[in-house]
Write a protein that binds this ligand. Structure first.
Ligand SMILES: *[C@@H]1O[C@H](CO)[C@@H](O)[C@H](O)[C@H]1NC(C)=O
Length: 293
């Protein structure tokens, strides 16, 4: 009986802790923030959230005309400073260009938000090795490169890195093997880097964000090929807000929406066959056929 009580109390404390909100918006004012993949979706919303709180932002993506509009809105919303630079995260030299621009335009980096991905669609793995290269270059290698170039500035500012990952970065997801692999790779690298920073007395936090399904046009398109019915959609605005808080509070990992992502990852460890059954049940009858195309 006493044991049950302890378990229940611990569970209550854990759940309360998940909802405890000690975020102070003043922490963000005047901070220099670099955001990748910021022309749309979560990245765009992150730019707006940081701007509303008076941060200085430097955003990148490939499409200049879209970045222009996002930066204009950032200024309207109250950014202390807002810049864009059109770059391709598939090119290593562009990752260096972004960090150099942060130095010249913002004078340093407080928050480095790694968010971009290459276009995604759901398909069976059919052995396309060039696609493997491309996905790993953009979704993984660029993240490592950006964090590496930014480390001296982040060390100076006692800064923060947020890595936007996915549910698929904790739970292997069929029809998204490459995407899933690139997100697992981010977990491996950045969870090691977090410890290496501590060992070198560098006060740089790493926040890995495990994001569930979001209602962006890309995500909807992505999942409707093989999934039946509605997943637990949330908005990119709410997701961005949660990521900004997590980075600011130096949380190790952010699960959002918590109720969709966290329990599923627990099931992965305890009952993997049940999880696989759940994934299969959520798919369309003709998922394999559709995924072949
Ligand atoms: C990190 O910054 C501290 C000062 O805040 C400095 O003493 C230390 O040498 C820096 N570490 C590295 C690896 O640059």
């Amino acid at each position: 009986m006493a044991k049950l009580k302890i378990v229940l109390i611990l569970l209550a404390v854990y759940i309360a802790y998940q909802y405890y909100d000690s975020f102070d918006p003043e922490e963000v004012r005047g901070k220099s923030v670099v955001i990748t993949g910021a022309s749309t979706g979560i990245g765009e919303q992150l730019a707006y959230h940081y701007s509303q709180l008076g941060a200085k932002v430097l955003i990148t993506a490939r499409r200049e005309h879209v970045l222009q509009k996002v930066v204009a809105k950032c200024k309207e919303l109250g950014a202390q400073d807002a810049h864009y630079i059109p770059l391709d995260m598939g090119k290593l030299e562009d990752t260096k260009r972004l960090i150099d621009a942060a130095k010249t335009k913002l004078g340093g980096i407080d928050h480095l938000i790694l968010n971009h991905i290459t276009n995604n669609y759901m398909a069976l793995w059919k052995g396309d090795m060039e696609k493997l290269q491309r996905v790993m270059d953009i979704n993984f290698r660029a993240y490592v490169s950006l964090a590496t170039y930014a480390t001296p500035m982040l060390n100076e500012s006692n800064g923060r890195i947020a890595v936007v990952s996915s549910f698929a970065g904790k739970v292997a997801t069929p029809f998204a093997a490459l995407y899933s692999a690139s997100k697992f790779a981010l977990d491996g690298f950045f969870s090691a880097l977090r410890q290496e920073f501590v060992m070198q007395n560098m006060d740089i936090s790493v926040t890995l964000c495990i994001i569930g399904s979001i209602d962006t046009p890309n995500a909807l398109e992505y999942s409707k090929t093989v999934y039946s019915g509605d997943l637990f959609y949330t908005t990119s605005a709410d997701t961005a807000s949660r990521i900004m808080k997590g980075a600011t509070l130096r949380e190790r990992e952010v699960y959002f929406p918590w109720t969709m992502t966290r329990p599923t990852v627990m099931v992965r460890d305890l009952l993997p066959s049940v999880l696989e059954w759940m994934i299969k049940s959520s798919m369309k009858e003709d998922a394999v056929e559709k995924g072949r195309q």
